[in-house]
Ligand binder design. Structure first.
Ligand code: ATP
Ligand code: MG
Length: 242
């Protein structure tokens, strides 16, 4: 049974990340909103992936805090959030075994693992690939597997780094459809992209980054119709590259 008690929103305060004297992230305040489709938007090198990894706890910030609204134990933190990387990480085993392994790692018993794996593969159109070695799947299929595998654990919060960046339009649409299903089921989504088309179709909330700074945080409709900053205006007119 899914635990629907949410720890969200996730609130980022006074976040700075510095490496070799360079400020890579500078975010006075940002919110990851509960049950929303949060999109981290910005040109190449803006700091989107670093921000995502920092929020997920993979990159420790130089200073600042990233906190759930309710105090969360370390175990809660791990269980309630997942991340899908830009290049999907697969086990060298079958598609089904990839699900079984992820579920085992999360402490799910064997019978339950089989049931959840079968159900999740059916839900996301992967049943016919169940016995294929994951490594031979196409890029789009691997991305679907990576997302479905993360989804099988029903995290409250799912981070995705450029989930459609190397995919053709059909495969991209399949990924977007999967993300819609997760959104409808109440999963809070945070994805990075530099793709304005995807951001326009998908986002409820935009966090727009440029040069490591969160320049604009806005609901998506307002961002696209009335951007408040010169950087966002330039990006929307394809005039801002880095
Ligand atoms: N581990 C690191 N050490 C030092 N600098 C880093 C590190 N990781 C990233 N950077 C730098 O931080 C900046 C932001 O990188 P990041 O990967 O977050 O950008 P991005 O917005 O995701 O870009 P893209 O759209 O190309 O994926 C870049 O200038 C990059 O060179
Ligand atoms: Mg990136």
């Amino acid at each position: 049974m899914r635990d629907t008690t949410s720890l969200l929103p996730l609130i980022v305060r006074d976040l700075r990340l510095e490496r070799d004297g360079r400020v890579l992230l500078d975010v006075p305040i940002a919110r990851i909103q509960n049950r929303q489709r949060n999109v981290i938007l910005g040109p190449n090198g803006a700091g989107k992936s670093l921000f995502l990894k920092t929020c997920h706890g993979l990159v420790p910030p130089t200073s600042g805090s990233i906190e759930f609204t309710r105090p969360a134990s370390a175990a809660d933190n791990r269980r309630k959030q997942a991340m899908v990387f830009q290049k999907p990480v697969m086990l060298r085993r079958s598609v089904r075994a990839n699900f079984m392994h992820a579920l085992a790692m999360a402490g799910v018993g064997w019978r339950e693992r089989r049931r959840i794996a079968t159900e999740t593969m059916a839900q996301f159109g992967l049943s016919s690939l169940a016995d294929m070695p994951a490594r031979v799947l196409s890029g789009g299929e691997q991305q679907r597997l990576a997302i479905a595998r993360a989804a099988s654990l029903w995290p409250d919060l799912l981070f995705l780094d450029e989930p459609t960046s190397s995919l053709d339009p059909t495969a991209s649409r399949q990924i977007e459809d999967m993300l819609e299903i997760l959104h409808e089921r109440g999963v809070t989504l945070v994805l990075t992209t530099h793709d304005l088309g995807l951001a326009r179709r998908f986002a409820d909330v935009i966090l727009f980054f440029h040069n490591g700074r969160l320049v604009e945080e806005s609901n998506a409709e307002r961002f696209f119709t009335a951007p408040q900053t010169p950087e966002a205006k330039a990006f929307l007119e394809h005039r801002l590259f880095w």
